[in-house]
Design a protein around this ligand. Structure first.
Ligand code: SF4
Length: 413
């Protein structure tokens, strides 16, 4: 029998609902929402953002993983890696007996048709999917619909001969998967027989470098010194973007038609600005008349990311706060961007777990802009204290609950 791919769950939603509730739900958080997203105790006031925590894609992925474990109780069930970027959730899945192919000692080579593999919410690359299909495993695909929407757009770009400019992190699983779609999409272009191309830009600084390259014509002067200059410029460009472009990418050729897209969890305002930067560069280089045939853009930030960013911006505008706590895995892109927004206005602590609140005088967090976790003192002010709280799309409510409990204990000993 050919391998099966389950994309709509396994009809066991009700059977696993109680386990999910026990593992991730919080009565306290529900009560705080009912009380206007405000928690007061002694000298402590906590204001919750109006949108935070598990998004629809994560909810669904975790649900399907539990359904898969239950349905295939007599088979080995694997995840390709983290199902979402939250250490607590991944540990819970390990406790259910789900194995991670990314763990030391695990290998794809050992997979057989008897095994089941769950694909994460942020999707996997086409190459990895093909490897799993070659092994004959049954698959439970939890790729989020919002990620599929990005894939649809970049495939269309490639089909039409456009290079995908992806605002994202080239090393992030979702962006790697999206890039693979952009590349393979090109092979569908009638008569082309060629791969499509992509370029990943991390931020406005990198986008400005690419826009600068687009603006300055490279091929109008064929004199020898100019040719040498061109080659040097091209080499410098490729050094910067070495890991962020498709195989065979040539900036002198593959920036002539570009389509913008983004990793779903980037900072929305920055993605929009980057799109406009490319639009302006293409207009400057080719003129208004050619813009429509050379530039396209789709905002592919997902609505859950947008809602969480909007909610934290509203919280910062509406409530006088002493500090912000942002809860979520350090490798969670959407959590990082929530912390970035907050850090522009207030002392902000991005913490990965409740235990990071070590004491009233010590907190373990990762400062915005740093790659290292650090422990600092004197974070909790004396006297009445107002704390804003939000959490990333991969953080369950029970962790928010524990953080509030810990805050209460530290503020009101
Ligand atoms: S963050 Fe957005 S794209 Fe990612 S799983 Fe959640 S809803 Fe889907």
């Amino acid at each position: 029998m050919p391998p099966l791919i389950f994309r709509k769950g396994l009809n066991l939603k009700h059977e696993v609902a109680h386990v999910l509730a026990e593992s991730y739900h919080s009565d306290l958080v529900t009560r705080i929402k009912d009380d206007g997203y405000r928690y007061e105790s002694g000298r402590l006031t906590v204001h919750l953002a109006r949108e935070f925590g598990f998004c629809y894609g994560v909810d669904r992925a975790v649900d399907y993983a539990y359904q898969a474990r239950r349905k295939f109780g007599d088979r080995q069930v694997f995840l390709t890696g983290e199902i979402i970027h939250n250490p607590h959730v991944n540990e819970q899945l390990r406790a259910q007996g789900i194995r991670f192919l990314s763990d030391p000692g695990e290998t794809m080579d050992a997979l057989s048709p008897a095994d089941v593999v769950i694909l994460p919410a942020f999707g996997i690359s086409i190459e990895l999917l093909e490897q799993l299909q070659d092994r004959g495993c049954d698959l439970v695909d939890t790729t989020c619909g919002s990620v599929l929407n990005v894939w649809k757009n970049v495939k269309r770009y490639a089909d039409d001969g456009f290079t995908s400019i992806i605002h994202g992190k080239y090393w992030h699983e979702e962006t790697r998967a999206t890039a693979s779609q952009a590349r393979r999409g090109g092979t569908l272009r009638p008569g082309s027989g060629q791969d499509g191309h992509y370029l990943v830009v991390l931020d406005k600084t990198e986008a400005a470098q690419v826009c600068d390259y687009i603006r300055r014509p490279h091929d109008s002067d064929a004199s020898a010194p100019s040719t040498a200059l061109r080659a040097g410029r091209r080499a410098a460009f490729m050094t910067v973007f070495e890991h962020a472009v498709s195989a065979g990418f040539d900036p002198d050729v593959h920036l002539e038609r570009v389509g913008c897209a983004n990793q779903t969890t980037m900072l929305s305002s920055e993605s929009l600005e980057i799109g406009e930067m490319f639009r302006a560069a293409m207009r400057e280089r080719y003129g208004d008349a050619e813009l429509a045939s050379r530039f396209r853009a789709f905002d592919t930030i997902c609505s859950a990311t947008q809602d969480r960013q909007d909610a934290v911006i509203a919280l910062l505008a509406e409530q006088p706060l002493d500090l912000m706590l942002v809860i979520g895995g350090y490798n969670s892109s959407n959590t990082f961007n929530l912390a970035r927004i907050c850090a522009e206005s207030l002392p902000t602590f991005h913490i990965a777990e409740p235990a990071a609140l070590i004491s009233a005088t010590e907190i373990r967090h990762r400062p915005v802009g740093s790659t290292q976790e650090t422990t600092v003192g004197r974070w909790l002010p004396d006297g009445p204290v107002r704390i804003g709280l939000t959490s990333g799309a991969s953080t369950p409510d029970n962790l928010v609950d524990q953080v509030i409990g810990r805050l209460d204990a530290l503020a009101n000993p």
